[in-house]
Design a binder for this molecule. Sequence first.
Ligand code: NAD
Length: 361
Amino acid sequence: MSRKITLIPGDGIGPEVSDAARRCIDATGVKLEWEEALAGGAAIEKFGNILPEETLNSVRKNKVALKGPITTPVGTGFRSVNVAIRQALDLYACVRPAKTYAGVKSNYKNIDLLIVRENSEDLYAGIEFEEGKQETKEIISLIEKLNSKKIRPDSGISIKPISITATRRIVKFAFEYAIKMGRKKVTAVHKANIMKFTDGLFLKVAREVAQDFSGKVAFEDVIVDNMAMQLVQKPHNFDVLVLPNLYGDIISDLCAGLIGGLGIAPGANIGNDLAVFEAVHGSAPKYKDMNKVNPTAMILSGVLLLRHIGELKAAESLEKAVSEVISEGKSVTYDLKPDPKDPSAVGTSGMADAVITKLRK
Ligand code: NAD
């Protein structure tokens, strides 16, 4: 019997890269049935709703989804469909592997990092107060009363909640994932020296959780600014990183930079029993319908999906096929060519075809 997976094509380049990934996953021979569900621009057109309940229900039912990037409408007050999906489905762990593949332009070699980012709170909780509004004035005067610190009256305010509950589950997730993936060390990243009650709490709870895994996986902590420098200078010193939401967002893009850019960086958003797999990159609207961009990040997100559903052999063959196509450097998109203007670059679908040919060999 085939297993159902929700497919959310997304906006901009989303439909092209998700179609490429779906074809490659199917070519591994694993029997999957794709249930298409809309979010983003296509959902507004069809349902007048950027994130229809039907789409969330499809993921709740099938437990696993492959999702293309979705454009965040500017100036509508709506934050981000991507954040809304993570929050609605409580996908609290964002996992982003950063691995170098031979043939990709990068200043680094043999990088194999795993970034685990907390997805549900921190400054991304969406608790914000706009400058000049009555409620903002009230918040400012309450804070001044309770904290005796002055806040400029023309300030906007964003709230940063970090809880014991969310920290404990993300750090536990990082350790368990490290064990599952045969990793040796977890590094907690924070700014506990400055934000004692939020990052300080994160660090304290991380240390407590680490004790439960002592002897199995090593643990250390590094302050986020120092981490940014160390990752650039000696990335090989690190293995699994666990971070609160905002630092996780920034550091995972830094790590995508280490391995050659967004075109090849996959990701997963994982909750207790639901998981949505998606590339780190966005919808790159200027490349929409051009059959031009690199499908690798989405295909590698498919590798993570296959591993998640226990199809380890298929995951391994697909990753090997992608890595061979990249290292041969022939049937690859413009961004993987030494000269991006190289006319021999293939399009999104052409690169997927090359991966499929490898799988069939
Ligand atoms: P982006 O990642 O879409 O594109 C930035 C640049 O990166 C592109 O112009 C392109 O040069 C390069 N790039 C991205 N993907 C590539 C690929 N597969 N192959 C080759 N090059 C690639 O970032 P942006 O322009 O800041 O965002 C565009 C939209 O995407 C925004 O609305 C943003 O909110 C949204 N976004 C969505 C997600 C998501 O759905 N998870 C993530 C990030 C951004």
